[in-house]
Design a protein around this ligand. Structure first.
Ligand SMILES: C=C(O[C@@H]1C=C(C(=O)O)C=C[C@H]1O)C(=O)O
Length: 417
């Protein structure tokens, strides 16, 4: 995906930090890396799009790319060194784009682009419009609804044990297009989901993870951090605003959804507290609307005791939250491993970026898809607690799939169990 002289992609997965060090290949004698020819728009295999507050980073080219497990000892320092080396080598605004897998033992993917533009949604829309071509129609594979409802029943049984309070189960659906245009998909995502963080990040070998995540895992500026977990969801009624509001109020007062949400807020508060001198946790969840769903949300803001703590360390404290894994984490992770029949990889992980100072933004990798050579995998999940009903959880995942299906020009799933 990157020109061979400036970037090496780790085709062999390695957990050896020394090997990763050798992957940062700078072109010998390269002058300052401000090649204006690079600023040419969105190229799926060479560009990243990630949210940065109310703007987006649109990146071009690849200075370095490497893959290592998130839990590799010394990784935070190595990331810092890579960014510093890029700066010393003339990269004007070195940022590290990150894909963090759900399972911290799997490889995370890191990319330092050659150039970074900060642009608003309007400009990003224009860039994508200039690039977009019409995709060929998509064929949707089997939606495995019956399998999912069986798995929810199995989860509810496991949740009868007092040691397990919540687990998050996901589904994956395959689909195929003879000719998929990612710029076109991203343009639709951006236009249909103005409040969410549209993103697209390539991996070596032509795979791209993209989506529109409404969930903030971490935003950091100096010693100020913010996270906004979502847990507790219902479908919006876009045909009738009064009913839409009424549904939101039902969600706000639903004991099952409030319990699901409270488990997440409690977990996050507990892991952050020792590292924060100020920790502001709302007493009540608020309602967050996406284009298609209502969520219960908690805007948690904090001030770190130590401004030098690496962002990766904070991410490792937070991830996986009980919004995407469950509670307690280890037992939920084990139950997910037993029940789910697909590989999450980056689904329910995180997508984001950081700069040299460690400032940056990471979204939870949801409302997303993996694209490779016209083959797409779409993902959606739901939090399961002992009071969960399989039909309702299936409907929730159907409603969540609608974000990606809508961007791909496909109708919503309507199957029931
Ligand atoms: C895993 C997903 O959703 C997670 C579970 C939620 C819930 O249970 O309400 C809400 C947002 C996510 O944290 C997803 O959207 O695919």
């Amino acid at each position: 995906m990157c020109p061979a002289d400036i970037c090496c992609s780790a085709s062999q997965l390695t957990d050896d930090l020394a090997a990763a060090d050798n992957m940062l290949l700078a072109p010998s004698g390269n002058p300052r890396w401000t090649d204006s020819k690079l600023l040419q728009g969105y190229l799926p295999a060479q560009s990243c799009i990630v949210a940065a507050g109310s703007q987006f980073l649109l990146t071009h080219g690849c200075y370095a790319q490497f893959q290592l497990p998130t839990n590799s000892p010394g990784l935070a320092l190595l990331l810092q060194d890579k960014l510093a080396a890029a700066k010393a080598d003339g990269v004007v605004e070195p940022v590290l784009i990150q894909l963090i897998p759900f399972d911290p033992g799997q490889n995370a993917s890191f990319l330092i682009p050659r150039q970074v533009e900060r642009i608003g949604a309007d400009k990003l829309t224009t860039r994508l419009q200039q690039q977009a071509k019409t995709s060929a129609p998509l064929r949707l594979g089997h939606n495995k609804a019956a399998e999912f409802t069986r798995q929810v029943r199995q989860a509810v049984q496991l949740l009868q044990q007092p040691k397990l309070k919540k687990l998050v189960l996901g589904r994956a659906i395959e689909c195929h297009s003879e000719q998929l245009d990612l710029a076109d998909c991203l343009l639709s995502l951006l236009q249909q989901n103005p409040g969410a963080a549209t993103f697209a990040v390539p991996l070596p070998g032509g795979e791209v993870w993209f989506g529109a995540s409404p969930e903030l895992l971490l935003a950091r500026h100096g010693n100020q951090i913010r996270t906004q977990p979502l847990a507790g969801t219902c479908r919006r009624d876009l045909t009738d605003l009064t009913r839409d509001q009424a549904q939101a109020e039902v969600l706000r007062h639903s004991p099952k959804d409030r319990y699901e949400h409270q488990l997440v807020v409690q977990q996050i508060s507990e892991v952050l507290a020792p590292y924060c001198k100020i920790l502001q946790v709302p007493a009540e969840p608020s309602l967050l609307a996406t284009s298609r769903l209502w969520h219960l949300a908690s805007d948690i803001q904090a001030e770190l005791v130590n401004a030098d703590i690496p962002s990766l360390d904070i991410l490792q404290l937070l991830h996986p939250t009980a919004a995407v894994c469950g509670q307690p984490t280890a037992a939920a992770r084990e139950a997910i491993r037993q029940i789910e029949t697909y590989q999450r990889d980056f689904f329910c992980g995180a997508v984001g970026w950081q700069d040299l100072a460690g400032n940056g933004q990471w979204q939870v990798m949801i409302r997303c898809a993996r694209a490779k050579a016209g083959q797409l995998t779409l993902y959606a999940g739901a939090g399961i607690v002992s009071a969960s009903e399989p039909a309702a959880e299936l409907a929730e995942t159907n409603a969540k799939f609608a974000t990606m299906l809508g961007a791909l020009g496909l109708p919503e799933l309507t199957e029931a169990c």
